[in-house]
Design a protein around this ligand. Structure first.
Ligand SMILES: C[S@@+](CC[C@H](N)C(=O)[O-])C[C@H]1O[C@@H](n2cnc3c(N)ncnc32)[C@H](O)[C@@H]1O
Length: 249
């Protein structure tokens, strides 16, 4: 068969011999899978919020529990044309899902990683969203220097402690970017900075919604000083505390 074989070509030609090129490609994929590569990296894509996202080894693979972050944001009383900032956007999954759901929002997606931003941009094009812009920034440093204030800051930040990372499942530890997962020795280093910086980048009444580690609930609560209210922690599908939301007073 000339050209690249599609899935339907494959099933319509089950009796024909597998073309050599395809056989080699499949063998390479099987070898990688056996070596522990996550399926999403082999397929080059992952579904999130019923949208398809391109992924490669430079980005964290979107997880189902992060959809709860999107759900929480959509339940908030945001203004008609909210300004939203997604910190640590990775593949762009949260920012793009929100941009789709809230077409009148202006969404900025930021990440420290240029390579992640490249994938996130591709994903915005792929999913035909035009209301997302991309900015490289170390946490909120870029925005602290600008005059931009947001109605909502959302993030699924790195929150794993260095020691815990060593105990993670091999496919995660060996293949997903360490910088997307590990925050430092305690795991709370990024969340702590994010909370401090977010206060200065939010409008009064603006919200911070974050994904947190399952055992971090109490410590995260303590990181919020006066000046914040409406603190809420929502459980994930396993009943573990996972989504933290707070409002700047
Ligand atoms: C857990 S991943 C989340 C990716 C995506 N938002 C999601 O929910 O699937 C964390 C992301 O934060 C980014 N990151 C890590 N440290 C950062 C920093 N200091 N400033 C900005 N982004 C950072 C990583 O590059 C990674 O894309």
């Amino acid at each position: 068969m000339a050209g690249r074989m599609t899935e339907s070509d494959f099933f319509q030609n089950l009796d024909s011999p597998v073309p050599k090129g395809l056989e080699n490609r499949l063998n390479r994929l099987v070898k990688k899978r056996k070596a522990g590569w996550p399926m999403a990296y082999l397929l080059g894509k992952k579904e999130f919020w019923s949208l398809e996202f391109k992924v490669n080894r430079w980005v964290f693979i979107p997880r189902p529990e992060t959809e709860l972050v999107v759900e929480k944001v959509l339940s908030l009383p945001l203004p008609e044309k909210p300004r939203i900032l997604d910190v640590g956007t990775g593949s762009g999954n949260i920012a793009i899902a929100l941009a789709k759901e809230l077409p009148s929002a202006r969404v900025i997606a930021s990440d420290l990683s240029k390579r992640a931003l490249k994938i996130a941009r591709e994903n915005a094009r792929k999913n035909q969203v035009k209301n997302v812009e991309f900015v490289q920034s170390n946490l909120l440093y870029f925005f602290l220097k600008s005059n931009l204030l947001f109605d909502l800051i959302v993030s699924n930040p790195p929150y794993v402690a260095e020691k815990e990372w060593k105990k993670l499942d091999r496919p995660v530890r060996d293949f997903e970017p360490k910088r997307a997962l590990v925050a430092g020795p305690s795991g709370l280093e990024i969340i702590e900075k994010l909370i401090k910086q977010a206060w200065f980048c939010l409008k009064p009444g603006g919200y911070l919604v974050m994904e947190i580690g399952a055992t971090q609930e109490k410590t995260v609560l303590e990181l919020f000083s006066s000046g914040w209210g409406q603190m809420e922690i929502l459980p994930d599908y396993s009943g573990l505390p996972r989504v933290f939301s707070a409002r700047k007073d």
